[in-house]
Design a protein around this ligand. Structure first.
Ligand code: PHE
Length: 516
């Protein structure tokens, strides 16, 4: 398959930023910050972006551009060209370490997966890591689409003027927030209502890959994404002028030492990879379309800055309101669905702004989910072709689509409780031990974002930093003919030492092997 190239750096940066900016920034970042100590989380997050996220992002883009293969062949090829025979045993050992860590948490399903990893990594090397990335991407899509479905429902509510429940009309924002929170809890507790939003979101994602509406949505997203930033500013303007908003700003921006724990660092780290779309094949795939004339450092820098700005702006939009209306910052995944209706309710033309906001968030989420599904599909397409079956794009997309939909149903039917699937609930609790979080959506998110993504990112950093080595890889960071010295050298140091050691230390502290 010949790979097309991005025609311009700007095109590449916008496409990568489009896949990076999504629900992770606007839905997940605020509630993770709220649950993990506010300013402390934000500070750790920004440091992790700079010292761990960006170096890994450059590494992934490099792997993609150098090999121009799908993730599985790309990982295998880098391993081969680095001529390292020991690398796969390091990977295998890491996997064994993960198995031990999961065993201490009594998470038996992850233990089994990690043990299978020990064997497969030793036998087949880094191409197995490519499979892991692909599977993680599809797993993430399965619940990402459920949140996307919530957004679809909130667009509907805004359009029909029922975003703020009837009873709350004309009362103070504090009351509105309480009713919105209860309404949200009631909504996720009725899976049949969640199901239609999930269906719409998956259908749009699938249609974008198969139905030729992709170009249209991408053109639209070029206009709507900047507008999303503008609208965030509008919401911020309203949110910070609510009485009592100052406390929220302080919560978000003032770190405290008390709140600092290894768990906060693990959560921040997982969020960095989730938000920058790292460790799940996407950046490698995007990099494989990147032209030699493009400067990878610059592209990664831009994506990192845009993505982090989006997250911080979302935080600034949410927390002043959360404090002003007396919600708890640690309300969990429902945080923005409690706070935002209260903000919009106090705005002139509130339902209109609400509909616009949720619509743009929907578009941002769709550009991300398409990236997720496409990566899975690319792998299946190239695999099907190799097996001499006439693999078509349609079959591949449908396989990925069906897998995600089936997995997503588990999240849909368990978000409030497992009442609809009691057996599965008990099984999930028994299999996931301390990783279990009450429902499948949060449990899978916890496992995928906080454990799998740091693991795949760590392995990628080790592969590039130690097997391929920055000496061979770094010159490719620059565009042909450019000659900067300092930055590639700095990248080499970060990817070889800082990122892997940082991630390893976090794993060791969180699983209790090192004490703080
Ligand atoms: N980075 C996206 C976000 O922040 C989520 C995502 C994850 C998108 C993985 C693509 C791949 O919402």
């Amino acid at each position: 398959m010949t790979r097309e190239n991005w025609t311009s750096s700007i095109g590449f940066i916008l496409a990568s930023a489009g896949s990076a900016i999504g629900l992770g920034n606007i839905w997940k970042f605020p509630y993770m910050a709220g649950e993990n100590g506010g300013g402390t989380f934000v500070l750790v997050y920004v440091l992790c972006v700079a010292f761990i996220g960006l170096p890994v992002m450059c590494a992934e883009m490099l792997i993609g551009r150098h090999t121009r293969r799908n993730i599985i062949n790309a990982m295998g090829k880098v391993e081969r060209l680095s001529g390292s025979v020991g690398a796969r045993f390091v990977l295998s050992t890491l996997s064994a370490g993960m198995a031990v860590a999961f065993a201490t948490m009594e998470a038996w399903l992850p233990v089994a997966l990690a043990l299978a990893g020990v064997f497969l990594f030793a036998k087949k090397g880094f191409s197995v890591l490519g499979w892991v990335c692909t599977v993680v991407a599809l797993a993430i899509l399965s619940y990402y689409a459920v949140i996307g479905g919530w957004i679809v429902e909130y667009i509907r509510l805004a359009l029909t003027g029922t975003l703020v429940p009837e009873a709350a009309g004309g009362v103070a924002a504090v009351e509105v927030a309480k009713t919105s929170q209860t309404a949200f809890a009631a909504y996720v507790a009725s899976p049949w209502r969640v199901l239609w939003g999930f269906g719409v979101f998956m259908a749009v994602t699938g249609a974008m890959l198969l139905g030729g509406i992709r170009a249209g949505i991408e053109r639209m997203s070029k206009i709507l994404m900047p507008l999303l930033f503008v609208l965030l500013l509008v919401v911020i303007a309203r949110s910070v002028t609510l009485p009592g908003a100052g406390e929220g700003i302080a919560f978000l921006l003032r770190p405290t030492l008390d709140a600092f724990t290894p768990k906060v660092v693990l959560m921040a780290l997982g969020q960095v990879f989730f938000s920058l779309s790292l460790g799940m094949a996407i950046t490698v795939t995007y990099g494989s379309y990147l032209h030699k004339e493009h400067n990878i450092l610059r592209a990664a820098g831009w994506v990192g800055v845009l993505d982090t700005c989006a997250a911080l702006l979302a935080g600034l939009a949410i927390f002043p309101a959360v404090f002003a209306v007396g919600l708890s910052p640690s309300a969990g995944p429902g945080l923005i669905f409690g706070a935002l209706p209260a903000v919009f309710d106090t705005m002139w033309w509130g339902p209109f702004w609400a509909a616009c906001f949720f619509f743009m968030l929907f578009i941002a989420a769709v550009t991300s989910s398409v990236a997720l599904l496409e990566c899975g599909a690319t792998v299946f397409i190239e695999r099907l072709r190799r097996g001499h079956k006439r693999g078509s794009r349609r079959t591949a997309v449908l396989i990925g689509f069906a897998l995600c939909t089936l997995m997503g149903l588990l999240s849909v039917f368990s978000t409030a409780d497992w009442g609809h699937l009691p057996w599965l609930g008990r099984a999930a609790e028994a299999c996931m031990g301390d990783l279990y979080r009450g429902n499948w959506l949060d449990t899978l998110d916890n496992f995928a974002s906080n454990w799998c993504l740091p693991f795949t990112a760590l392995s990628t950093a080790l592969l590039v930093g130690w097997a391929w080595t920055p000496r061979r890889a770094a010159p490719e960071l620059l565009a042909a003919g450019e000659d900067w010295r300092a930055l590639p050298a700095l990248w080499g140091f970060l990817v070889r030492w800082v990122s892997p050691v940082g991630i390893l230390l976090v794993f060791l502290y969180v699983s209790g092997f090192l004490g703080l």
